[in-house]
Design a protein around this ligand. Structure first.
Ligand code: PLP
Length: 409
């Protein structure tokens, strides 16, 4: 008789976005006249179409696939050289990071990579995560049997080190008392929209090198950084090549959420004893992944052309203008507001310590605005709420007018 991986049975239900959808649907059904008035600022998905330079290249690549002389079959496991070289030149060399093209592994996105990277580590490792957190890091480790037992009361796993990120520590995790083996960091952060300075990140790199831990650094929102002293890559920190894997995405910088492209950097210097993690990830990638599609990688390279850069930067500026609207609107309405300067997420403290879900109900029912309760990202998210800058400028302005006036119209 076959057996299942019963670690899956230990996972608590993923209620956050389905609960939100259910609540919005129930409200719309009960108040059909209000259904069209609802503004959604809960989504973490982009809304602008792909940039013209990307679309042009996609069309061109599709035509290449229609011609015998330019047709491409399987892509190289680790990604096309043209894309890996372009990534190195633009994302790393320009920032003084000594990363080479053969240390870049092209993939179908940061969710897959952050979920799959655990394959190359022993089940005995202890992970540390920020709280609140992008849920993939914890759930993928739970599936692997690395997290122990889930306690629904505390909403924590017994074998996970949680590093609270709250206003008390400026949303920057403190070094944990118990030593972890694998540390997940994500900056700029989802969900808090806050980030870390280069000096603060250097402390983590030094710590990981000292205790022999590896850092999985998720830089999916790197393109939103505007502040001077915020690192775009962990490899800007000294020694990071000896302790860090970096994960990047084309989803939020270039609108590839539905197109799918990302990459992971595994430096050759990163070793466990004599074994290089690079060789393990190359083996894993080559065995379980057959390459991102040629047309998508070609489109990804177009993001780095002069027009591609200009057009995608305009899109980011559009979203960040929404972020500014949200920040200023909330501040004017008397809220305590974080994030939204180097990230498309705004994290607000609920008024009078209202529970995150109660605040959700208030926004939906009284103002017809949808956001995301902070408690859905971890216990330290209770009492906070996330709004995103990915809506239309018009709706974002409207939502802030409602929040300021306390009325739906
Ligand atoms: N990492 C973080 C922190 C995210 O917030 C997201 C998406 O919201 C992802 C990764 C997923 O990125 P991708 O679309 O490349 O899978």
């Amino acid at each position: 008789m076959f057996k299942i991986n019963d670690n899956y049975l230990k996972l608590p239900g993923s209620y956050l976005f389905s609960n939100i959808a259910k609540k919005v649907a129930a409200y719309s059904e009960a108040h059909p006249e209000k259904a069209d008035n609802i503004i959604r600022l809960g989504i973490g998905d982009v809304t602008l179409p792909l940039a013209p330079a990307v679309i042009d290249r996609l069309h061109g690549a599709v035509d290449e696939m229609a011609d015998q002389s330019t047709f491409k079959g399987y892509a190289p496991d680790l990604g096309y050289e043209f894309l890996r070289t372009t990534i190195v030149e633009n994302d790393y060399k320009t920032r003084g990071c000594d990363i080479t093209a053969d240390e870049i592994f092209v993939s179908d996105g940061a969710k897959s990579d952050s979920g799959n990277i655990g394959d190359i580590f022993s089940v005995d490792n202890k992970i540390a995560v920020c709280d609140p957190v992008y849920p993939v890091y914890v759930d993928s480790n739970a599936m692997a049997g690395r997290t122990g037992v889930y306690n629904p009361e505390t909403e924590k796993w017994s074998n996970v080190i949680y590093m609270p990120c709250t206003r008390e520590n400026d949303f920057c995790p403190e070094l944990p008392e118990e030593t972890p083996d694998i540390i997940y960091l994500c900056f700029p952060n989802n969900p808090t929209g806050t980030t870390i300075t280069k000096d603060q990140l250097q402390v983590w790199v030094d710590y990981a090198l000292k205790v022999g831990a590896v850092i999985i650094y998720d830089a999916a929102y790197e393109a939103y950084i505007t502040s001077e002293n915020v690192p775009h890559s962990i490899y800007e920190c000294e020694g990071a090549k000896g302790c860090a894997i970096e994960i990047r995405s084309f989803s939020k910088n270039a609108g590839f959420t539905g197109t799918r492209l990302g990459f992971t950097v595994v430096p050759k210097d990163l070793k466990c004893g004599d074994v290089s993690l690079h060789s393990l990830w190359a083996r894993r990638h080559g065995t379980k992944f057959n390459g991102a599609p040629y047309i998508i990688q070609a489109a990804g390279a177009a993001v780095y052309t002069e027009e591609g850069k200009k057009q995608t930067q305009e899109q980011i500026a559009y979203y960040m203008n929404n972020a500014k609207t949200i920040r200023e609107g909330l501040v004017a309405a008397g809220y305590e507001v974080y994030g939204g300067v180097d990230a498309p997420y705004i994290w607000l403290k609920t008024p009078d310590n209202m529970k995150s879900w109660d605040f959700f109900d208030y926004l939906l029912e009284d103002l017809n605005v949808v956001g995301t309760p902070g408690s859905g990202f971890g216990p330290s998210g209770e009492g906070y709420f996330r709004l995103t800058a990915f809506g239309s400028a018009e709706n974002t302005v409207k939502a802030m007018e409602r929040i300021k006036s306390g009325k739906a119209d």
